[in-house]
Design a protein around this ligand. Structure first.
Ligand SMILES: NC(=O)c1ccc[n+]([C@@H]2O[C@H](COP(=O)([O-])OP(=O)(O)OC[C@H]3O[C@@H](n4cnc5c(N)ncnc54)[C@H](O)[C@@H]3O)[C@@H](O)[C@H]2O)c1
Ligand SMILES: O=C(O)C(=O)C[C@@H](O)[C@H](O)[C@H](O)COP(=O)(O)O
Ligand SMILES: [Zn+2]
Length: 377
């Protein structure tokens, strides 16, 4: 089904099968205008929600959401936070929780996260800790958030020591992905979100990678809504399946971290700033992960070359030079030792065993990693 033929009455509906915490993912067009249809039933008779959004998204998309809720008799309090990764911080979470408490939220209050991955991660964390846990809904407005961050319940903030090192698993009650939001997204942000789509194919679906490579990706980036719908659906299905099998990353969920051990180190080195967007870090990190995989004899060099060629064709960065590097390899390795996958300070990586399949490898020697960090691609 293409998004051109979708209406709010018939969105694509997927499910994250987590037993009593299972929730739907709705993907379609015109969903904000009808949000009350899906959100009012979550309110248990209440008539008020708190929407948390950022300074870019609010003016663009909040009026449609507010109207959609009003149509179902639901009123809205709004909290607006500064746009950008800086809000995913100790200061950002303290400020948000204080503002929620000032609004007199209680355990029955539903929070709506309207924005990209920063808003989703921040609001999800606020929902996890306010009153020891309130419900929230993800309303992702970036491509990255629609294909990745809104699904799976990882919430949290960045700290001085690194990316996402403080947070919790707290699943949303609903994910409402309205494709109309993507129309206002700056091209650089669209490309950054595309990197996570590529990731889902590299770790699990060679045929879908080939589809992206053969023109599906270019079509999506040029605004083709059918291509967009196909890719968003594929990513959400991939992620929902993995999360349902391993919610708390005891095993296979770590595959979703492909490119992130390298990428998060680069984000830390560039100060969690606009110099390097998360999706761009993932693009570079995936290339480095495939480089390491090739060096360890796990992956054909030709597969790494295909990935690099595709990312370059899509306008994504593939090496550290694109974000002010190369950075000191020892400093990058020090960041990686703080990664949540590391065990007793030993390095763990998600490695590729050929396009479409990946494994988790513990105890990778630093001597194997250092050459990757000096390489341009
Ligand atoms: N929890 C997870 O599973 C998960 C997965 C992937 C990424 N993440 C996290 O997500 C964050 C990155 O998310 P992101 O790339 O969405 O960044 P973001 O939330 O900062 O959004 C990017 C920019 O686009 C703006 N924006 C958002 N929607 C818009 C729209 N429709 N039109 C115009 N502008 C819009 C935002 O204001 C911001 O300036 C990172 O912190 C990353 O660690 C989390
Ligand atoms: O959902 C997951 O699991 C992921 O790893 C998805 C990643 O794209 C995302 O960036 C996630 O926030 C990384 O998690 P972390 O545990 O490495 O902080
Ligand atoms: Zn990511």
């Amino acid at each position: 089904m293409s998004v051109d033929t979708l209406t709010a009455a018939d969105p694509i509906r997927l499910e994250v099968a987590l037993g009593e915490r299972a929730y739907p993912i709705l993907i379609g067009a015109g969903l904000l205008e009808r949000a009350g249809e899906w959100i009012a039933p979550l309110l248990k008779g209440r008539r008020r929600v708190v929407v948390i959004t950022d300074t870019n998204v609010g003016p663009l998309h909040l009026p449609r959401l507010t109207a959609g809720l009003a149509a179902a008799g639901v009123s809205v309090d709004t909290v607006t936070v500064p746009a950008g990764e800086g809000s995913k911080s100790w200061a950002g979470i303290a400020d948000l929780v204080d503002r929620l408490l000032d609004l007199r939220v209680d355990r029955g209050t539903l929070l709506l996260a309207l924005g990209g991955g920063v808003i989703g991660d921040l609001v999800g964390f606020a929902a996890a800790i306010t009153m020891r846990g309130v419900d929230f809904v993800q309303i992702p407005t970036t491509l990255l958030a629609q294909v990745d961050s809104s699904v799976g319940g990882k919430t949290g903030i960045n700290t001085k020591a690194g990316k996402n090192l403080v947070g919790s698993f707290h699943q949303p009650r609903l994910v409402l992905a309205d494709m109309d939001c993507i129309a206002t997204l700056p091209p650089r942000q669209l490309r950054a979100g595309y990197a996570e789509i590529v990731k889902h194919t590299v770790l699990g679906d060679a045929a879908m990678f080939a589809w992206l490579e053969a023109g599906g990706g270019a079509a999506l980036l040029a605004g083709d809504r059918a291509a967009l719908a196909k890719a968003v659906r594929h990513s959400c299905e991939t992620k929902a399946t993995i999360v349902a099998a391993d919610e708390r990353e005891g095993g296979q969920r770590a595959l979703l971290n492909l490119g992130h051990t390298f990428g998060h180190a680069l984000e830390a080195e560039t100060g969690f700033s606009d110099t390097l967007l998360h999706g761009e870090a993932v693009a570079i990190g995936m290339v480095q992960a495939l480089d390491l995989s090739v060096r360890l004899g796990l992956c054909p060099a030709a597969d790494k070359a295909r990935l690099v060629a595709h990312l370059v064709a899509c306008g994504l960065p593939v090496d550290q030079q694109a974000c002010g590097g190369p950075f000191d390899p020892a400093t990058l390795v020090a960041h990686m030792r703080l990664d949540k996958k590391a065990k007793a300070g030993e390095l763990t990586f998600v490695l590729c065993t050929g396009l479409g399949s990946a494994i988790v490898r513990d105890g990778v020697p630093e001597s194997d990693v250092l050459p990757v960090l000096s390489e341009a691609h």
